[in-house]
Ligand binder design. Structure first.
Ligand SMILES: Cc1ncc(C[n+]2csc(CCOP(=O)(O)OP(=O)(O)O)c2C)c(N)n1
Length: 299
């Protein structure tokens, strides 16, 4: 895609951006714009909503209908937009803190309702904007300003949280796997229901520096070397444990097992892609019923 084509989707008067050198947020923004361009969506029918955080600043650079809202409340605003304008494509851009900590309840309930919104989560495993506090996805033993002796909490797996809450499209990838990322965003937008694209992204300024992982290229190389698709993880685990019937495991159990068996690996791929009636369709039916009742009571 040409630079001109990307710029068409952006508010270039808002540049330069606020992100640190080496930050992965621009890669996710680029993949989102690329996906929207390939889907040839009408920009006036796109609403992109974000909460608060470095990642949530993404909406400011997009030349669609955008809302930069409150910390943790992007999904709540997006739900309101979708219910009042079901004809619009509603996308949420959020961080791991925004979606998994303060916004955790909105996240699970939107997934439970199969609300027709696409959540693109920028998972840098830390609170970037406020200076590097640990988040619900910070791995155990990792360092952050609030865990100088190593994190003692077990992290949330946001993809598993979405799957078990009822999401109908769930995929995880990294900023290294750009082609997959853009493709997953396209599929998430096309899915009629709650979609999550969890993107593991580098924060060299805080997460990388505190954990001595190195510079942005080193972090991206780490994603390249350790990213493993769930299909590959499954075949590896079958070789490791020939007596275990892994074919009988559901995707959630497989992801849980993969973390235990292959702790160094970042398990990526498309985990769920299914069709299920969602809140928007059911709500439209209720509206129709209410209108009918009103019309008959007037007659
Ligand atoms: C109600 C409220 N509580 C706390 C904050 C402070 N705050 C702003 S951003 C943020 C965390 C952002 O982390 P994340 O969502 O992971 O985004 P990142 O900056 O890493 O992209 C916090 C705690 C706030 N703005 N509002």
């Amino acid at each position: 895609m040409s630079v001109e084509k990307y710029l068409k989707h952006m508010r270039i008067d808002r540049l330069p951006h606020v992100w640190c050198p080496g930050c992965g947020n621009g890669t996710i923004l680029k993949a989102t714009v690329g996906a929207i361009d390939e889907l040839e969506l009408d920009p006036s029918k796109i609403a992109v909503v974000s909460g608060i955080g470095c990642s949530s600043r993404a909406t400011g650079y997009l030349n669609y209908n955008t809302m930069h809202t409150l910390h943790g409340r992007a999904i709540a605003f997006a739900t309101g937009i979708k219910l009042s304008r079901p004809d619009m494509t509603v996308i949420v851009m959020t961080g791991d803190g925004d979606a998994g900590a303060i916004g955790g309840n909105h996240f699970i309930h939107a997934a439970r309702r199969n609300m027709d919104i696409s959540v693109i989560c920028f998972n840098n495993n830390i609170y970037g904007m406020t200076g590097g506090q640990y988040s619900p996805t910070t791995p155990e033993h990792s360092y952050a300003t609030t865990s100088p002796y190593g994190n003692i909490e077990e992290p949330f797996d946001l993809s598993r949280l979405a799957i078990t809450s009822g999401a109908t499209y769930v995929a995880r990838t990294t900023t290294y796997h750009f082609v997959a990322l853009q493709n997953y965003i396209k599929k998430a937008i096309t899915n009629k229901g709650f979609s999550l694209v969890e993107t593991i992204t580098q924060c060299p300024t805080y997460y990388g520096r505190y954990n001595k992982i190195g510079t942005a290229p080193e972090m991206i190389n780490y994603f390249k070397d350790n990213g493993m698709t769930l299909a590959k993880a499954l075949s590896t685990m079958k070789e490791m444990d020939p007596d275990v019937n892994y074919d009988g495991f559901n995707v959630n159990a497989l992801l849980e097992k993969a973390v235990e068996k292959l702790p160094e690996k970042l398990i990526i791929g498309e985990f769920v892609n299914k069709s299920k009636r969602g809140y928007v369709e059911k709500y439209e039916e209720i509206l129709d019923k209410a209108k009918e009742k009103l019309a008959s009571s007037k007659a």
